[in-house]
Design a protein. Sequence first.
Length: 123
Amino acid sequence: MRGVGTDIVEIARIARSLRRRPAFAAAVFSADERRFCDAQASPDQHYAARFAAKEAFLKAVGRGVLDGVALDEIEVTRSPERAPALRLGPTAAAALASSGGREALVSLSHDGGMALAFVVVWG
């Protein structure tokens, strides 16, 4: 194991950001993430979990939010088994490699108005 990151986000905070700043969604989430979240019965909790996953990934690779990796380069997808997975853009993949990792695994959860993500980076 090369790194671990976790993040917890208040779902209402992400919901406010989505409504107050329409450009927020496009700046932070990929088109596929936006399509997925918007198709759910409770989109805000899915957006919040994905936001937490992006921050957890950055923590796992030893980076900060303003440290050269755009959040929309860290994309939460669904594996064929329907488990969450990460798809990384070029700078996110470079951050993973520079941390000594080859793979990043993600787990998401939401309950009680909070969304949580946990990322483990393997070498």
